[in-house]
Design a protein around this ligand. Structure first.
Ligand code: LM2
Ligand code: CA
Length: 499
């Protein structure tokens, strides 16, 4: 492994979607730490409603019943153990927190919840928190259905029910205190931050008040006075009055335009082309880089939920997907998040997936299956593990090595062949045209022989290379040749891949 000097960072978050805590702990120790991943985004750790119709969908975890910490991913004890082992391995944990709402108004009554806590959805009673009817926004919402009906009206987007989910009244101190105390229990256990779900549906001033009550990070693992890293899910593709920028003063914000636009460019839709990416960033209508959390796909839009539309690339289209992820990791814009998925029985009917609800690989009793690791390092049993694809893993290293370096030495052929560097630390060349790329390009890198980390990588001894060898001359130039038919039509070299 390439060990970073003090100037490089750990910069990539991986969402281990629906993984069990026990498997995440092992992954931190065996893979993520050694490969320089910064952090894991975990699925919501809070107690949720158990949905049987359809059978145990992934989205039941977005319907909290209480802030007790048992879920399909494991027990509170397993969560605690995982957080501590990941921190020890140098991998932070960011928890997905669902705080806008509780379960669906039609979820019924009883103890069909992941810790067995009693609830009564129609009476809005959640005694394990506790919340009762006065802690919800019914008095504020003015739509006939009680649901959000029109996204042009900022009041209903914040104060009415999102797809029928009971909407919490964060203006009330009790609700703020309960939410903050949930987040604080996670901070005290050692999490380093949060993905905050559905922020568009909460008032920025209320979130500000909640964040203000949060503890510093646990000093067992983090420097005294460290604040949690917060990234807020706000779906802003333009065209609605609520803007992502209303939230950027409070923390990072998801940039949904990023994956939608990058997908369109790589698919070469509407004459979009790679050469256009020369100016990718703010001038495209994206938020400032230092506020943005970026991703090619997420757990929603990889299956047609949430937003992004049909241009979104996923593991189902691996060749284009790897190109998109490599571009993202090489390019300095934003904080990057990778998706790690499971495969499901996708059934597209008129563009809509009939099985978009399907949960993770599981046993008949509904419990989630472990993630088996094959001898070749890939995952078995329908776990896709994009983060273990060597092209993606090696680009995570590229991003760490290039951290803090500006985009430099841009080149393109006016169409779909591009190249760019990151100061003198790394250089990537991508050929998404239908013809061969063959060019001598200024890399900005010190002279020497480098190993391409896409077609292979440097061997453990450091002198061998299982991929293409790239020679950078005294003048910084190197010749690159990439056929349009190659399995991965891109090449990347960095300081750590020097032979
Ligand atoms: C999010 N961000 O703002 C999550 O990223 C997204 O995955 C969540 O929706 C959403 N907000 C609420 O937390 C998912 C899923 C929905 C699902 C909800 C609640 O995309 O389809 O809604 O979780 O589980 C489901 C049903 C829907 C039904 C609703 C209430 O799919 O048809 O609406 O439950 O019963 C009547
Ligand atoms: Ca709300």
């Amino acid at each position: 492994h390439y060990h970073c000097s003090t100037t490089c960072g750990t910069t990539s978050i991986v969402h281990l979607f629906e993984w069990r805590w026990r498997d995440i702990a092992e992954e931190c120790e065996n893979y993520l730490g050694p490969n320089g991943f910064d952090a894991v985004q975990i699925s919501p750790p809070s107690e949720n409603v158990v949905v049987a119709q359809p059978w145990r969908p992934w989205w039941e975890r977005y319907q909290p019943i209480s802030y007790k910490l048992c879920s399909r991913s494991g027990t509170e004890q397993e969560l605690r153990d995982m957080i501590s082992r990941c921190n020890k391995a140098g991998v932070k944990i960011y928890a997905d927190v669902v705080i806008n709402h509780m379960c669906s108004a039609s979820a019924g009554e009883g103890r069909r919840s992941t810790c067995g806590s009693y609830f009564n959805a129609s009476k809005e009673e959640f005694p394990s928190v506790p919340y009762s009817a006065s802690h919800f926004n019914d008095d504020k919402c003015t739509t006939a259905s009680g649901n959000i009906e029109n996204y042009q009206d900022i009041y209903q987007v914040r104060d009415c029910r999102l797809v029928g989910l009971l909407d919490l009244a964060h203006r009330k101190e009790h609700v703020r205190e309960r939410v903050a105390s949930y987040m604080n229990s996670l901070l005290d256990m050692g999490v380093a931050g949060f993905r905050v779900d559905a922020c568009k549906h909460m008032w920025p001033q209320d979130l500000n008040a909640i964040y203000g009550q949060l503890h510093n990070l646990n000093t067992e693992w983090f420097p005294e006075g460290s604040r949690p890293f917060i990234y807020q899910e706000v779906i802003d593709l333009g065209g609605e009055p609520i803007k992502a920028s209303e939230y950027s003063g409070l923390g990072h914000v998801t940039e949904f335009k990023y994956g939608a636009k990058l997908g369109s460019v790589i698919r070469r839709w509407n004459r979009d082309k790679l050469a256009d990416l020369k100016t990718f960033g703010e001038s495209w209508g994206l938020m400032p880089s230092n506020q943005a959390l970026v991703f090619v796909d997420n757990h929603d839009n990889q299956r047609g939920h949430g937003a992004g539309g049909t241009s979104i690339l996923t593991f189902w289209e691996p060749r284009m997907y790897k190109m998109a992820v490599a571009f993202m990791l090489a390019h300095p814009y934003g904080v990057t998040r990778l998706m790690s998925s499971y495969r499901w029985d996708r059934r597209l009917l008129d563009g809509k997936d009939q099985n978009d609800w399907m949960g993770p690989p599981s046993y008949p009793d509904g419990s989630t299956k472990p993630v088996p690791i094959n001898p070749d390092g890939s995952c078995g049993g329908d776990w896709v593990c994009e983060h273990r694809w060597h092209q993606i893993r090696n680009m995570v290293t590229f991003r760490n090595v290039a951290h803090g370096q500006p985009l430099s030495n841009w080149w393109d052929n006016g169409e779909n062949q591009i190249a760019f560097g990151r100061g003198d630390r790394g250089f990537i060349v991508i050929n998404n045209d239908d013809c061969t790329l063959d060019a001598s390009l200024q890399t900005g890198m010190p002279a020497g022989c480098y190993c391409d980390v896409i077609s292979g990588q440097r061997t453990a001894a450091g002198t061998g290379c299982t991929g293409k060898r790239i020679t950078v001359g005294e003048d910084g130039r190197a010749r690159f040749s990439i056929k349009a038919s190659e399995e991965d039509p891109f090449v990347a070299i960095h300081s750590g891949s020097k032979l």
